[in-house]
Design a protein around this ligand. Structure first.
Ligand code: G3P
Ligand code: CA
Length: 337
């Protein structure tokens, strides 16, 4: 009996160690540190870097097609202003949902930018791919899944998809069921169980709940779900120990902002770690924070490099994975270990 218990204990410890060792890398918007975010070249480059998952943010067009774009707007990553000057709404924004896929395919995609006071485009990340060079286009979720599955076949690897339903409530208010369409696409391509190499992520708790309670059962699916969260008041209850326990009835994991896991000390030279990751793990949730970038202005003040940030999160905080614009750097970091 004692031997049996020892063997069981050994298996349990080995399994726990194996699970703990399975830290993942999610290529955030593709290899977006090197090529314009969410373009096919950025996804192909990310694939070659060997992450575990490639991320898609998804929105819907006027003709109900799913396209891979970070926002439900076109005006910070395309030349929509030149091509369709009269199609903005009263708020000055160009909404994806007001355009057909055919119209969107006529646009060129740029590095994320804003306009300066002289009306000149200025890149958000000045050190990245130059603005307006070469040709990049918007693509559909189906295009991207076929790229990843095609590369999985030709390389023998098995890289997954990590798909965010962007502004699900906004789409519903416009009569579009974005989340249902994403899940139908998952199912079409064989991502239909918790064992599938896919995550569904959302910032909207109502969306998570609806997906879990209504859409997945209706579609005969059961995939891994992740609740994203930031510093906003909306998440105040959710990030408590009780909130995370309640969340674990719906989600398999959380995707928190770096800023709610580590907090800079007053001097800004040091930091402390909040209870969020420990509490999430206690609730059985995996933790995949965002966003790990190489630019100093885009990382916490208490670190000097991306490697240092990765070390803190993978090794000291103990997260299960990270979203990074530089998936090669995160993959290399984990391999060094
Ligand atoms: O989905 C994880 C991370 O991408 C959340 O931030 O704004 O880049 O979609 P965002
Ligand atoms: Ca995202």
């Amino acid at each position: 009996m004692r031997l049996f218990i020892s063997i069981l204990a050994f298996i349990f410890v080995s399994m726990t160690t194996a699970i703990a060792a399975e830290k993942i890398v999610v290529a955030h918007r593709g290899a977006s540190g090197y090529l314009p975010e969410h373009t096919m070249p950025a996804k192909a480059m990310a694939y070659a870097m060997g992450p575990d998952y490639i991320e898609q943010d998804v929105v819907m067009t006027r003709d109900d097609r799913l396209v891979v774009l970070h926002d439900h707007f076109l005006d910070q990553v395309t030349d929509v202003q030149e091509k369709f000057p009269n199609r903005k709404r009263a708020d000055g924004r160009y909404y994806v949902i007001d355009f057909t896929l055919a119209e969107i395919l006529t646009l060129n995609v740029y590095e994320r930018y804003h306009f300066d006071e002289n009306g000149k485009r200025v890149a958000y990340f000045p050190g990245r791919f130059p603005l307006g060079k070469s040709i990049f286009k918007v693509h559909t979720l189906e295009d991207e899944i076929e790229l990843i599955q095609g590369l999985n076949k030709s390389t023998g690897q098995n890289i997954g998809i990590y798909t965010e339903s962007k502004s699900a409530a906004f789409h519903l208010s416009e009569g579009k069921d974005l989340s249902k369409a994403i899940l139908q696409t998952f199912k079409k391509y064989g991502y239909d169980s918790k064992n599938s190499n896919a995550y569904y992520q959302t910032f909207e708790y109502d969306d998570l709940k609806r997906v879990h309670d209504e859409l997945l059962p209706a579609l005969g699916m059961d995939i891994k779900l992740v609740q994203l969260m930031g510093e906003e008041a909306d998440y105040k209850e959710m990030v408590t120990r009780d909130g995370l326990k309640a969340l674990s009835n719906y989600a398999d994991g959380i995707g928190p902002s770096i800023s709610i896991i580590t907090k800079a000390d007053e001097s800004e030279a040091g930091y402390h770690i909040t209870d969020l990751v420990k509490d999430a793990h206690d609730a059985g949730l995996v933790v995949h924070p965002y966003t790990f970038r190489a630019e100093h202005f885009a990382m916490p003040k208490f670190v000097g490099s991306l490697d240092e940030l990765l070390d803190i999160f993978y090794n000291k905080v103990g997260v299960d994975g990270v979203f990074s614009d530089f998936p090669d750097r995160a993959v290399r970091f984990l391999h060094k270990k």
